[in-house]
Write a protein that binds this ligand. Structure first.
Ligand SMILES: [Zn+2]
Length: 320
């Protein structure tokens, strides 16, 4: 989008020509290689997390005149961006506080561009405290039977929440991809309990007999490691994702259990976010973008989908 004579691109996919590229957070699908003369707007946490994952965002800044970065609550360092009082773009956003993460901060803007991953009414996530209780009960019963438990979620963000919520269980293992992200969290004062690092290259043979807990990325049910964890250790695989609201999610993953712990807004939180920003126009993107835009129109907002993600970001200001 153009603001004055300055061109911004927001979470660009691929190369872009702009003055500023905004990178909302350090999940891999948001990584960006800046072109010459392009500056990257990102939080320091995002730049450091990216570096730890092997991506160089170049020189980043979190201070640009007329631009406000707001915590979007999705993962460590995730930001929403507000350009003057014209545009507010959420990036990936969470609508609730979880452990060391806050919820998405909002400000009024004329145009709201929002992610709508779970923008369908059946996506209502349970209270986090209740979910944590349920999972602790499950781990407890597994431990009673001497069985280890593998807690699976994205290695950046979800895994640190799992480490925070379930660190009272011993022994505690961290898959090495999770351990690398834990280190960056520690640099920013989020000190998670220490645990033993598990290098998947060494295979499940390197793990002791159960019970134990491991925080791990999602493991494919077709992987050799999963087969070993099940056959040799009788491990229970537990997946964490907002998609777990849907029946059959565990089965589709090959997990034994799944719980809807999400780093995104659920449906009521998305509606609340729109009301808080109180925009003239809403653009929806990702997930149930069309359905959510339709629902917003029903309650009186002007809303439509941002179908061609990046190019539309250039075009919308002309159209409206
Ligand atoms: Zn994300």
């Amino acid at each position: 989008m153009d603001y004055g004579s300055t061109r911004f691109v927001l979470d660009p996919k691929g190369a872009s020509r702009s003055d500023y590229a905004f990178v909302s957070h350090a999940h891999i699908d948001h990584m960006h290689k800046p072109t010459r003369n392009e500056k990257v707007i990102a939080s320091k946490e995002t730049a450091d997390l990216a570096k730890a994952r092997g991506y160089d965002l170049g020189m980043t800044t979190d201070q640009v005149e007329g631009v406000e970065l707001l915590d979007s609550g999705h993962i460590l360092g995730s930001r929403a961006i507000r350009i003057a009082d014209e545009v507010y773009y959420t990036g990936d956003a969470s609508g609730r506080e979880r452990a060391f993460l806050g919820k998405c901060k909002t400000r009024r803007a004329r145009i709201l561009i929002m992610e709508t991953t779970y923008g369908s009414p059946e996506y209502v996530f349970p209270q986090t405290a209740k979910l944590v209780r349920d999972v602790n009960r499950l781990i407890g019963s597994a431990f009673d039977r001497g069985r280890p438990v593998v807690l699976m979620g994205y290695p950046l963000g979800k895994a640190q929440l799992l480490a925070y919520f379930f660190s009272s269980w011993e022994p505690l293992f961290y898959h090495s991809s999770v351990a690398a992200m834990n280190k960056v969290h520690a640099d920013y004062g989020v000190c998670l309990k220490g645990g033993r690092e598990f290098d998947p290259a060494e295979g499940a043979d390197s793990l002791p007999g159960g019970p134990w807990v491991m925080v791990s990325p999602m493991l494919s049910n077709r992987s050799h490691l999963t087969a070993q964890l099940k056959a040799k250790h009788g491990a229970l695989l537990v997946a964490f994702s907002g998609w777990a609201v849907r029946g059959g999610y565990s089965r589709s993953l090959g997990a034994d259990y799944s719980f809807p712990l999400s780093d995104h807004c659920d449906y009521p939180e998305l509606v609340k976010l729109v009301e808080a920003v109180s925009p003239e126009v809403v653009y929806t993107t990702h997930g149930f973008a069309a359905e959510f835009a339709r629902d917003l129109r029903r309650i009186g907002f002007s809303a439509r989908t941002l179908s061609a993600y990046q190019s539309s970001l250039f075009d919308y200001s002309k159209g409206d």
